[in-house]
Design a binder for this molecule. Structure first.
Ligand SMILES: NC(=O)c1ccc[n+]([C@@H]2O[C@H](COP(=O)([O-])OP(=O)(O)OC[C@H]3O[C@@H](n4cnc5c(N)ncnc54)[C@H](OP(=O)(O)O)[C@@H]3O)[C@@H](O)[C@H]2O)c1
Length: 247
């Protein structure tokens, strides 16, 4: 898909990888950026007046419904939906600072909101006679978990299965479902932890090159090697990721 003159919806476009994607796509496309922070969205709009912004807290499904319906009303054709926003909490279940109240929040932002958004925006994605892509931003931890962030790993695992199942469901349509599977990236999500991170700019350009080539499961950087190791010798991949830096 040529990344030009497209209507592109992106969640989490105000920080990290999403923000870099916005920087790299703006100008050539109509960007529709969903974010939870009014201030951050206003700053982005100030920098790029041509973008459209929608305030939406993905942890609140009623808000997702409201924002999704508003987007559909204003943009009847959507070419790309990039499900990029996510949160990651690192405490282990046995840790004193583990908060069970955050479980539902993390699952809702990382998984349920994505299901809801896809369902809501389908009429725009399924606009007669045009191809559309749903791109889910994922992690190697959705295939092989690390010890920390169990709920995050599980939410990315669920996203992986969702992506595969939706591919079957959309076989007779013009909608393609892609996944970008990232290694550890330098962003606010991974601040102060992990080694050997790639930059958010490099992660963003790799994601966009996979989108352009329509790679179904696009393993980026180290994620490519981890996938290979997991294929050849699963126990080694589990050992590498168990102590885990990939996010
Ligand atoms: N960084 C890594 O090493 C890494 C590795 C593998 C996969 N990934 C994936 O890459 C994607 C982007 O992550 P990142 O590293 O760029 O993280 P990030 O810098 O923390 O950005 C996450 C984005 O999600 C948004 N967000 C969080 N909670 C939200 C909510 N309740 N409602 C609406 N938006 C919300 C944030 O909004 P605010 O701007 O308001 O904070 C932010 O824009 C995620 O799917 C992540 O799982 C990252």
């Amino acid at each position: 898909m040529r990344l030009r003159d497209l209507n592109i919806v992106i969640t989490g476009g105000t920080s990290g990888i999403g923000r870099e994607i916005v920087d790299q796509l703006v100008g050539d496309n109509q960007l529709i950026v969903m974010g939870r922070s009014v201030l951050k969205l206003a700053d982005l709009k100030h920098l790029y007046p041509g973008i459209r912004t929608y305030v939406c807290d993905l942890s609140d499904l009623a808000d997702v419904k409201r924002a999704g319906e508003q987007i559909l009303k204003n943009h009847t054709q959507i070419d790309v939906l990039m499900n990029n926003a996510a949160v990651q909490y690192t405490p282990r279940f046995l840790d004193d600072d583990f908060r069970f109240e955050k479980i539902e929040y993390e699952i809702t932002v990382n998984f349920t909101a994505i299901c809801v958004l896809i369902a809501l925006l389908l009429p725009g994605l399924r606009h007669k006679g045009h191809r559309a892509i749903i791109l889910n931003v994922s992690s190697v931890l959705g295939m092989v978990p690390k010890t920390n962030s169990a709920v995050y790993c599980a939410s990315k695992g669920a996203l992986n299965i969702l992506s595969q199942s939706l591919r079957y469901q959309f076989e007779q349509t013009d909608i393609r479902v892609l996944q970008a599977v990232l290694p550890l990236v330098e962003t606010p999500m991974t601040a102060g932890r992990g080694k050997g991170k790639i930059s958010a700019a490099s992660a963003a350009s790799s994601i966009l090159s996979g989108l352009e080539k329509e790679v179904s499961d696009h393993f980026i950087g180290m994620a490519k090697y981890l996938r290979l190791i997991h294929y050849i010798f699963p126990p080694l991949a589990r050992k590498i990721l168990k102590g885990g830096s990939p996010s």
